[in-house]
Design a protein around this ligand. Structure first.
Ligand code: HEC
Ligand code: HEC
Ligand code: HEC
Ligand code: HEC
Ligand code: HEC
Length: 339
């Protein structure tokens, strides 16, 4: 028997098996990639065809009404982005992003080529590269998508920070000031104030009600949220009125860079006529936003105040510098009679 030939024979067979294996492996990988691409396409199509809406009607209604759904169509956004020549690389990627589980939690999002109108859609926060929906522990299965339990949803500050905390975009950063505050020490997350807990059927095909969170994300367009944002105290001492402004917000206040808070102090005579009026604007532009829990005292000169005068202080919110008077929101107010 020729040993050499046997050897070559064995090597030949081994090589044959190996290349066969490789072929199967590549075929498998291609098949898997195709399957995944197919599942992603199915998710986008399902979203478009109203499938998410039909099985998750309550969550859909909340989202539809939120600024996440409107992040692309928002007129204030479009007007601002139109001023930016390279908006596709500087702006649009967060206002119509690809799913962030695919581009990476914490990484700068990438601009989506389809369904831009849907802004920050369900898929942006939930869809992974395999076409599954990630979320907190689910109570039921569905044929439409796989469910993946992912701990980042239960304390979602890191998830939110993908768009609300990019170091290179400080004008849209609510996360840094939150992380530097006492709010971050306890169980508080962005969801505590912006996604209230609700127990309900999480889909029309679920059998039991479980704890979830509302997808409302009420912010600066919500009067209730603004009334919770800060408190006022006033105190009169000889010649001056001290107004104490305390933030109850989990991040810089006001949260957005376009927003303005006006602290207004008026002195009224006993018959109601206005005798004196002063105000201070608090905004990113003025570099005097409040930090979380900050307690700031403003002293207003009231040297000519006399007994019987009323001091009235109001905190007013403007969405933009152009917000007309009737659309400004009263956040807090306090009055004091001088005795
Ligand atoms: C045929 C019904 C059906 C359709 C269509 C459907 N879902 Fe679901 N979905 C469910 C059910 C059932 C659950 C589990 C709910 C529960 O926990 O009770 C679920 C859970 C989820 C979860 C949570 C997953 C987890 O593990 O926590 C997300 C996120 C989700 N769906 C998003 C979507 C999106 C986005 C779409 C559209 C692309 C969609 N769903 C379409 C039925 C559906
Ligand atoms: C993929 C990017 C992205 C992620 C992730 C994201 N957001 Fe947003 N969010 C936006 C954009 C963009 C806007 C601004 C839309 C506009 O006003 O044009 C916004 C707006 C908001 C608003 C303002 C609403 C208002 O009425 O002013 C709140 C509150 C908010 N997000 C909270 C959250 C929370 C909490 C999380 C985490 C659970 C989160 N966001 C995750 C992109 C994102
Ligand atoms: C890192 C993600 C990201 C990028 C990049 C980004 N934005 Fe935003 N944008 C957000 C988030 C998050 C909000 C909501 C929170 C806020 O207002 O800070 C927002 C809100 C806004 C708003 C406020 C809309 C309103 O409700 O009044 C405007 C205007 C805006 N963006 C314009 C731009 C422009 C112009 C660019 C490019 C120069 C840009 N954004 C780039 C994430 C981003
Ligand atoms: C800005 C990110 C974001 C967007 C956009 C978003 N979700 Fe969620 N979703 C979350 C977070 C965070 C949770 C975890 C809430 C919790 O702890 O219960 C969640 C939870 C869920 C759950 C599980 C039930 C629950 O409330 O915990 C379902 C189902 C779901 N989302 C469906 C949707 C659908 C459908 C849409 C679009 C209509 C959508 N989500 C849009 C962030 C998002
Ligand atoms: C303790 C409650 C609380 C927590 C925690 C909190 N917020 Fe807010 N948030 C508010 C209040 C109140 C407002 C309205 C006042 C304002 O505009 O800042 C607000 C407003 C916002 C706005 C709208 C800003 C604007 O100008 O349109 C965004 C965006 C936002 N929050 C995102 C976040 C994110 C992201 C986190 C997590 C890092 C978070 N919030 C944590 C209470 C909270």
């Amino acid at each position: 028997m020729n040993l050499k030939r046997v050897h070559f024979g064995v090597i030949g067979v081994a090589l044959g098996i190996l290349s066969c294996g490789l072929l199967i492996l590549t075929a498998n990988l291609t098949l898997r990639a195709e399957n995944e691409a197919h599942r992603l396409a199915e998710a986008y199509q399902g979203f478009q065809d109203g499938k998410c809406q039909s099985c998750h009607p309550a969550i859909w209604r909340e989202w539809e009404d939120s600024m996440h759904a409107n992040a692309w169509v928002d007129e204030i956004y479009q007007a601002a982005a139109q001023q930016v020549p390279d908006r596709e690389t500087k702006c649009d990627q967060c206002h119509a992003p690809q799913p962030i589980l695919i581009t990476g939690i914490g990484e700068m999002p990438k601009l989506r080529n389809r369904q831009r109108q849907a802004g920050v859609s369900c898929l942006v926060c939930h869809l992974d590269a395999e076409g599954a929906m990630n979320g907190p522990p689910a109570s039921a299965e569905t044929y439409f998508h796989a469910n993946v339990t992912n701990p980042i949803y239960t304390e979602p500050t890191t998830l939110c920070g993908t768009c609300h905390g990019q170091q290179s975009v400080p004008e849209h950063d609510q996360v840094s000031s939150f992380l530097n505050s006492e709010f971050a020490d306890g169980d508080t997350s962005c969801a505590t104030c912006h996604m209230p807990v609700v127990k309900r059927l999480q889909s029309t095909t679920s059998h039991e009600s479980i704890k979830g969170r509302k997808h409302t994300w009420r912010g600066s367009r919500s009067v209730t949220q603004l009334k919770r944002a800060a408190t006022l105290q006033i105190e009169h001492e000889t010649g001056q009125v001290n107004v104490q402004l305390r933030s109850r917000t989990g991040h810089v206040l006001p949260g957005g860079t376009l927003r303005i808070m006006v602290l207004e102090v008026t002195r009224l005579a006993p018959d109601g006529t206005e005798r004196q009026k002063q105000h201070i604007s608090i905004s990113a532009k003025n570099e005097n936003r409040l930090l979380p829990s900050e307690n700031r005292v403003y002293a207003f000169d009231m040297a000519s105040a006399t007994t019987g005068d009323t001091i009235k202080t109001r905190l007013i919110y403007q969405l933009t510098p152009d917000t007309p008077e009737p659309k400004r929101i009263l956040m807090a107010e306090k009055t004091l009679m001088i005795r």
